[in-house]
Design a protein around this ligand. Structure first.
Ligand code: SF4
Ligand code: SF4
Length: 86
């Protein structure tokens, strides 16, 4: 899964052009600069290689691997609900 900070994107398309599995495309969204930031294609073979994240000159794109998503879910499940634990 990728996360894009839309307003940070300047539309250089480096991420789209350099993705080794051609998983990215321009989205339909327009950011504040009038740019269409990237998104994952509906059918994509993204393998979380993080190349797009590393190459983005504006740090606009982050890759969150499935493992990290699961870890985050676990943290949420373990958080106490209301009150304090004594
Ligand atoms: S993480 Fe790798 S495979 Fe996935 S979109 Fe970015 S460059 Fe492409
Ligand atoms: S590399 Fe970064 S700035 Fe360039 S299009 Fe992709 S997300 Fe936008």
């Amino acid at each position: 899964m990728i996360e894009v900070k839309d307003d940070w994107c300047k539309g250089c398309n480096i991420c789209i052009e350099r993705c080794p599995v051609n998983a990215l495309e321009e989205s339909d969204r327009l950011n504040k600069k009038g740019i269409r930031p990237p998104q994952l294609k509906k059918n994509n073979e993204c393998n979380d290689c993080r190349l797009c994240e590393l190459l983005c000159p504006d740090l606009a794109i982050s890759v969150i691997s499935d493992k990290e998503v699961k870890k985050e879910d676990k943290k949420i499940l373990l958080r106490p609900v209301g009150g304090t634990i004594k």
